[in-house]
Design a protein around this ligand. Sequence first.
Ligand code: ADP
Length: 441
Amino acid sequence: MLFLNNFIPREYQKDDIASRIVKSVVAIDVFIISSSLIFSLFYIYINFSFGYCISFYTAISSVLHILLIRYGKNPTFTSDFFVFQIVTALFAMMYFTGGATSPFSIFLLLICPMPFLFLEKKRATVWAIITGTCFIVLAALQIGGFDFPKEISDQLSQSLSLINFILSLIIFTITVREFHMGFRKINKKLKSSNSQLLNSNEELERFAYIASHDLKSPLRSIISFIGLLEKRYGKDFDENGKQFLKIISSNAENMHHLVEDILEYSKSNKRKIKSEEVNMNHVLTHISDESLSVELFQDCKILFGNLPIINSDYTLIKQVFQNLIENGLKYNQNLKKIVSIQYLDKEEHYFLIKDNGIGIDPAYFERIFEMFQRLHNKDEYQGTGIGLAICNKIILQLGGKIWVTSKVGEGSIFHITLPKSNATHTFNLAKETSVEALPVH
Ligand code: ADP
């Protein structure tokens, strides 16, 4: 094998897999050269002139192929030459040994799919078509009565068939083995880069967790001292001073929300997911009570009908629904802000969270689920751009899917599917709830 290394061009040596493949092709060539030379001696011995011509041709073209691999600049051309050399030799042999019924036909049939192993699909198809067409032409000529020369006896022809068959099997096995090993190597490489990615991802999340966790307490004390400052000395400030204090306070609040959200996001990987009975009616009632008590959402409505009891994690489900409902009420200019939750009993649990808010441009349907993606600035709507990223992460962890459909100015619908487990309860619930008939909360 060390000898073969000399034939591998430098550009292939850098890549382990490429050099292995080139080495195997060169090995096949060396195999063809040596077997052709042995055959030619045999053909000389039995006085089969065409046989030794073709054997020498095969040996010489294989040497040329190796030189092309070593010094050629175009790998595709080299591979084409390889196929050309084999196909030409085969057809010449078939022509002189009985046409389509020649023992070499078996060899041809086995060689035909080989280009697909090392050429791109289009080129390999062209070669397969060329090979197939030539074979059909030979067969058609034979059926039409054309008499192909037949220089070998039946007995010899049978032995040759056998040898050809064994040869092609060996070549085929070597090639498949080499490719298999190549794929195994690729898989190994993929696995190791995957685990590297996972590690750096974990490191990043740990960093985000530690950074946001450690930022939390100094920030809390900044906010409370700003409050104290406002309370005790607020009156002593002039208008500019009061304005500055307000800006400091609102920025500190923004930072606090951001730190909280980043912490929440990085915590979501560490959490153990529970599997418990979650009554969605209770979840929605809790959310309604909590959200509608916030001053900003006091005149809003949250509608939901008879929802199912599902098997999931109560805290996570509540977090997702609360986030989506509050977004629906927040990104909303309507005088009567409404968010409704509908359930469809499909193959999976299917929830629709509809709002009559400002809507979302379809161009952003996927981006809003990424971290820090906001479609509005903080002066228009408060937010950090992390809420939907958390929802997406949670729903994926629960084995479900989340996506949005919307029209600008006509509200949005967030769709959530969650897997049904065997333990899922479906008693005492309407199979589906329609928004029109929903009670008001
Ligand atoms: P945040 O609300 O904290 O900015 P989110 O991740 O929850 O972050 O939302 C990302 C962006 O998606 C928001 O900034 C907003 O522009 C848009 N968005 C989310 N929900 C809605 C909704 N119901 N209607 C319109 N836009 C929305």
